[in-house]
Write a protein that binds this ligand. Structure first.
Ligand code: HEM
Length: 125
């Protein structure tokens, strides 16, 4: 049972990274256009943001289960809450501007910046 939980958790972490690659990678493809004020929210960013949310929530569930069974330590709930708030802002911006032909550099930059903020929070906190 513990092995199942570990395989599930590791698989979700892999999917969490694929979501990050999609969100950040989509953003990076638009960096040049951002400089010209013609950046677009590409579908990879929308799919990546949803993937981060879904895999993140499932990871919390699996970690809670593992902690209850004493197979892993407790998650830091404040860290998860902060990451969730940051991702919610990203998701709202991505969904709000996905139909626009050009997104203002400031708005577009915030999406990339907040994504990096969440990577830093995940790694350093
Ligand atoms: C743009 C948004 C996000 C980014 C860039 C991100 C990034 C990361 C990274 C790099 C890791 C691996 C490092 C570590 O284990 O701490 C990680 C793990 C994790 N993330 Fe996220 N994350 C995001 C959103 C979320 C959200 C919204 C949740 C919860 C609702 C979440 C829950 C988790 C959990 C529980 C782990 C730990 C997995 C484990 O070690 O058992 N993440 N995240």
């Amino acid at each position: 049972m513990q092995l199942t939980a570990e395989i599930l958790r590791n698989s979700l972490v892999v999917l969490h990274f694929i979501g990050l690659a999609s969100l950040l990678g989509g953003f990076l493809t638009q960096m040049k256009a951002m400089g010209k004020g013609t950046a677009k929210i590409v579908p990879a960013m929308v799919h990546g943001a949803w993937t981060m949310l879904i895999t993140g929530l499932l990871l919390v569930g699996v970690r809670e289960w593992m902690a209850a069974m004493e197979w892993a330590g407790e998650l830091d709930n404040i860290k998860v809450a902060v990451k969730s708030i940051v991702l919610t802002v990203i998701l709202v911006l991505v969904l709000r501007f996905k139909k626009k032909d050009a997104v203002a550099p400031r708005v577009f930059g915030i999406i990339g910046l907040l994504t990096i903020v969440n990577v830093v929070l995940a790694v350093f906190w």
